[in-house]
Design a protein. Structure first.
Length: 425
């Protein structure tokens, strides 16, 4: 048994034994919460498919520092190695991408690519106050320097990309010890990585296993979330949602600002990593159902219903995606949403039709001269209530009336009946 174990270990170190697969993912555009969510899904897929390595193709200008920290933490604690390649030729790993490259177990770059320029900046691009700037720079510098030291890469370059916003071409970066290899294509990079010893945790070092490539492309959930979490306006979305909710609280009954503000607030919480994407989807679905139910009882002229439908659809995309492990076919989602919309539109139509008929009927009815019974009456304000033809009406009179007294309608002012005492005889 010991001999068999020794033989298997020897085969692994020699690179003869291949993994079941190598999962290939692509990090493109700005790095943010959508990127982190996509990588979480990829890690789960790699475990499910028994993949022994993840190939990450990077081409990004940078992105959110908080999302970058979460991605780096995921890579550093991964039970399988990440093989990160700046791809394709002409691409780059800027800012957050350069930091992520330092965390990868094996990293490399295609020819005609570059890496670096990781100085922290505000979301709006404005200068930070000097004290805050120093604090953020020192924190980021020490963090990236520690990553480079852990992976035995150039600590000097790691410091320079933060402090000096330094960037190097692929060949220069390899000569500086910032990346492991410059490859002509993906196969050459994988051939370099195969069998290379990497450190998975403090006590475990093992060779990289490379298997048949299996693509894991972003799904619709990622595409929608990527748009909504764009760092250029994620903060504006949060502030706008707060403003809309404040307007709704100060102007009760407007409804539409409250609906949009509630949806925006949930999405903002996901953008700030305060709410997991899947739980955000659950909350959006519950909001949508609540809004559609409220449409049945509150005259919102479709604001609650349409807002609820939109919240339901977006929440379903976040919760049920073909890449998330919880899959609902898109055609079923469309059909369900269509049925809910038809039901909501039908109920709204019936309510509006009934209201119009009631108004027309009231106009047609000759209310003047009709007798009603006083149900409530304020002798000081000369106002009260009566129940007439199945409806409650306000009444007003110059006379002093008492409860249960029959009175005669003399005229109608809006929804108020003008009455007087019934004359004897």
């Amino acid at each position: 048994m010991k001999a068999l174990t020794f033989l298997m270990t020897l085969l692994l170190w020699s690179g003869v034994v291949w993994a079941d697969c190598t999962l290939s993912i692509e990090v493109r555009d700005a790095i943010g919460p959508a990127t982190f969510d996509y990588m979480q899904q990829a890690a789960a897929a790699a475990e499910e498919r028994s993949c022994q390595s993840i190939l990450m193709r990077i081409n990004t200008p940078g992105g959110n520092l908080q999302s970058t920290r979460k991605i780096v933490e995921m890579i550093m604690n991964s039970p399988i190695p990440y093989l990160c390649l700046i791809h394709p030729s002409g691409g780059h790993a800027g800012s957050a991408g350069a930091i992520i490259m330092q965390a990868c177990h094996v990293n490399g770059a295609m020819e005609a690519t570059n890496i670096g320029a990781a100085s922290p900046v505000t979301g709006s691009g404005q200068d930070m106050p000097e004290d805050l700037r120093k604090k953020v720079f020192e924190d980021t510098r020490s963090w990236v320097e520690g990553l480079a030291k852990y992976r035995k890469r150039s600590e000097k370059f790691a410091v320079a990309i933060v402090v000096e916003a330094k960037a190097l071409a692929a060949k220069d970066a390899m000569d500086a010890g910032a990346i492991d290899v410059v490859a002509s294509d993906i196969n050459a990079f994988l051939a370099f990585a195969k069998g290379r010893p990497v450190r998975l945790d403090a006590d475990q070092t093992r060779p990289v296993q490379v298997g048949p490539i299996e693509l894991f492309e972003p799904g619709l959930r990622h595409d929608v979330f990527q748009i909504l979490s764009n760092p250029q306006w994620a903060y504006l979305l949060f502030m706008g949602s707060i403003a809309l909710l404040y307007f709704e609280l100060t102007h009760p009954g407007t409804l539409l600002p409250g609906v949009v503000g509630a949806m925006g607030l949930v999405i903002s919480l996901m953008n700030f990593h305060m709410l997991d994407v899947s739980w955000g989807g659950v909350l959006l679905i519950l909001l949508g159902v609540g809004f559609m139910l409220a449409e049945l009882f509150v005259p919102s002229f479709g604001a609650l219903g349409l807002g609820g439908l939109a919240s339901f659809v977006v929440g379903s995309l976040f919760l049920f995606d073909e890449k998330s492990g919880y899959q609902i076919p898109l055609d079923l989602l469309i059909a369900t949403s269509g049925m809910l919309f038809a039901l909501m539109a039908g109920v709204t139509y019936l309510a509006v039709t009934a209201q119009r008929r009631s108004l027309v009927k009231r106009e047609e009815d000759k209310l003047e001269g009709q007798t009603v019974i006083v149900k409530k009456f304020d002798s000081l304000k000369k106002r009260g209530m009566t129940h007439f033809k199945g409806e409650w009406w306000k009444i007003r009179s110059k006379d002093q009336l008492i409860v249960d007294e029959p009175v005669v309608i003399t005229s109608v002012e809006g929804l108020t009946l003008i009455v007087e005492k019934k004359k004897k005889g």
